[in-house]
Design a protein around this ligand. Structure first.
Ligand code: G3H
Ligand code: 13P
Ligand code: ZN
Length: 314
């Protein structure tokens, strides 16, 4: 199967109460680990490329890797998404480059300007069969001025604005800030998501797919390995997997995961270096990292409920 956009995936995810995993790709091992997992679990998948990934690996290299894994997995619907596109020109470029999904993140802009830039991206993308994700409210991490849960809580998406935004912008899906943030330090004490806001937005936009960013769970297994083998990630905390499952059964149709991939890879590399200080063959530490990513993603596909759903999304 060639690359697909997310329309069918979201239609099925919404109808059947699951979410599709959107995993960030930064190199070959990460991409292979994700694809090996979705192939074994027969799950649809969204691979996404951030600005940081492009600066690190160059989009042309990442595209070449993605094209290979798509060709090798003809039964798996794969969408490729620009993660956090920050202006019209960047979004246009990625539509022209053959991405099937574009995120325009105008969440830092005044409400009206966010609508205007999203509408402009939709007008360019839609005739080319490319879908558009927008963002409302603000998350921590990327939106650098928002730090910690207290601040994040002040930036939760407003349901009235969400309805107006979707109607006026024409976007295909909406990332709604609901208390999550990017990275490994999402909560200072008890994790808390604004499920009431998700519920209300879901009810007021029936059939419309929502997106949850900052959805990594910061798995204990990897925090412990990292800390055991010379790392220092005290107080790392993510979104509990029960909360991710709960959101996936609501209107959330796309769940973004990057940090958990990074931590799986890092944990395994640290373990190999600690146990075999003489190791200098990258294949001997990147290989176990790739395996850890595969196992972690396989597990996530069940948390999201999208394992076994490849055929119905095709
Ligand atoms: O959206 C956040 C992702 O984790 C991407 O982060 O720009 O450092 O690759 P990055
Ligand atoms: P995490 O940092 O929780 O993995 O979130 C990633 C993300 O939202 C990418 O857009
Ligand atoms: Zn994000």
């Amino acid at each position: 199967m060639a690359l697909v956009n997310t329309r069918k995936m979201f239609e099925m995810a919404y109808k059947n109460g699951y979410a599709v995993g959107a995993f960030n790709v930064n190199n070959m091992e990460i991409t292979q680990g994700i694809m090996a997992a979705v192939a074994e679990e027969k799950a649809p998948v969204i691979l996404q490329v951030s600005r940081g990934a492009r600066e690190y690996a160059k989009n042309s290299y990442l595209r070449a890797i993605i094209d290979v894994v798509v060709a090798e997995n003809p039964d798996i619907p794969v969408a490729i998404n620009l993660d956090h596109g920050d202006n019209f020109e960047t979004c246009k470029q990625f539509v022209d480059d053959g991405f099937t999904s574009i995120m325009i993140d105008g969440s830092h802009l005044p409400f009206k300007d966010n609508i205007a830039v999203t509408k402009k991206v939709c007008e360019y993308a839609h005739p080319r069969e490319v879908v558009v994700e927008a963002e409302l409210g603000q998350l921590g991490g990327i939106e650098e001025d928002v730090v910690g849960v207290e601040d994040v809580a002040k930036h939760i998406a407003d349901p009235d604005q969400a309805v107006e935004f979707v109607e006026k912008s024409g976007c295909d899906s909406l990332a709604v800030a609901c208390g999550t943030s990017h990275g490994a330090y999402k909560f200072k004490s008890e994790p808390k998501l604004a499920f009431d806001v998700l519920q209300e937005i879901g009810e007021r936009l029936p059939g419309f797919p929502l997106v949850m960013h900052g959805s990594s769970s910061v798995l204990k297994e990897f925090v412990d390995l990292i800390n055991k083998y010379g790392g220092a990630m005290p107080n790392a905390m993510g979104v509990p997997e029960e909360a991710v499952t709960k959101a996936s059964k609501m209107a959330i149709c796309k769940v973004n995961i990057d940090t958990d991939l990074r931590m799986a890879l890092t944990a395994k590399i640290r373990q190999v270096f600690a146990e075999k200080p003489g190791e200098f063959d990258p294949r001997k530490y990147l290989g176990p990292g790739r395996e850890a990513i595969k196992a972690m993603v396989k597990h996530k596909l069940h948390v999201l409920g999208c394992a076994g759903k490849a055929a119905e999304c095709s």
